[in-house]
Design a protein around this ligand. Structure first.
Ligand code: SAM
Length: 287
């Protein structure tokens, strides 16, 4: 698909380039904030799985909005991949499943805990739906694990979730730590996608809970037959957010304007090797 056809097919992709966001996902966090006001009073924020950095851009712009020259907030961004530098964002290239990453984050905050942790983490999609849902769930639980190490009581956690068949298991896990859990679908997230976001407010770990990096899912013997019942069966509210009369992310809009280059091309894009092999006619030789 050519650059300009993607601009036409995906209005948020186009708008992100026009407005200077590194990725269209910026609109998802902005729309979540419109609904839940998650940025209010935040002094320390962590963006887990941050590359290429549009959520960090949103945090940087919004948390330091009214502070004049002095920065009122500290933002730490973590990703497995290298990210181009971003103003007012401390970057850690690391794995969110590692305790050493939690320690690095806390040391960036001089030993203090974060008020807000966001995670738009996504593993490489395999195309096998059950597998993708499972891996996404594992990544969300890893994000929850590291969050229990770095979030202050009363803090907020926002994370991407796939609304697959075992989603109630994830809600149950989140409800152990947060009394308020809402599943929300920003307007900029395609209706055709099972992606949504959990907004978990008022972090209240169980009494005597000691944060660990052990995956809580692995400690449960859960199967689809073993359905949750009674107080373990959790139903969380589902809300749509963003201007519902605004652009529909599944629609195609005709744009007269010429296409725009990406704001931040990937560093070490995995397809570079394929392109250079193609230029050397490698694929013609092997077929
Ligand atoms: N929110 C980002 C933005 O707005 O620019 C986009 C995030 S992208 C959809 C998902 C990211 O998750 C990828 O950059 C990937 O490297 C990262 N990721 C996946 N697993 C991770 C892990 N275990 N630790 C750190 N980052 C991870």
């Amino acid at each position: 698909m050519g650059k300009s056809s993607k601009d036409k097919r995906d209005i948020y992709y186009r708008l992100a380039k026009e407005q200077g966001w590194r990725a269209r996902s910026a609109f998802k966090l902005l729309q979540i904030n419109e609904e839940f006001n998650i940025f209010e009073g935040v002094q320390r924020a962590v963006d887990l799985c941050a590359a290429p950095g549009s959520w960090s851009q949103v945090l940087s712009k919004n948390l330091n909005k009214n502070s004049g020259d002095a920065l009122s907030s500290k933002i730490v961004a973590v990703d497995l991949q290298a990210m181009a530098p971003l103003e007012n964002v401390i970057q850690i290239q690391g794995d969110i499943t590692k305790v050493s990453t939690a320690e690095q984050i806390i040391s960036c905050f001089d030993g203090e805990l974060a008020d807000l942790v966001v995670c738009d983490g996504a593993p490489d999609v395999t195309g096998l739906h059950d597998m993708d849902e499972y891996i996404q769930a594992q990544l969300l639980l890893s994000a929850l694990n590291i969050t229990t190490n770095i979030l202050c009581p009363g803090g907020t956690f926002v994370a991407k979730i796939f609304r697959g068949k075992d989603v109630t298991l994830l809600y149950a896990q989140l409800k152990i730590f947060f009394p308020n859990v809402t599943c929300c679908k920003p307007r900029s997230s395609r209706n055709s996608s099972i992606e949504a976001f959990v907004v978990c407010q008022n972090y209240t770990p169980p009494k005597d809970y000691i944060p660990t990096m052990i995956n809580p899912l692995l400690d449960l013997s859960y199967s689809p037959e073993n359905k949750f019942s009674g107080s373990n069966h959790v139903i969380v509210p589902f809300v749509a957010c963003g201007d519902l009369s605004g652009f529909d992310s599944d629609m195609t809009y005709s744009l007269e304007k010429k296409s725009l280059d990406p704001l931040q091309p990937p560093i070490n894009a995995p397809y570079h090797t394929a392109i250079s092999l193609k230029q050397k006619n490698f694929y013609n030789k092997v077929s």
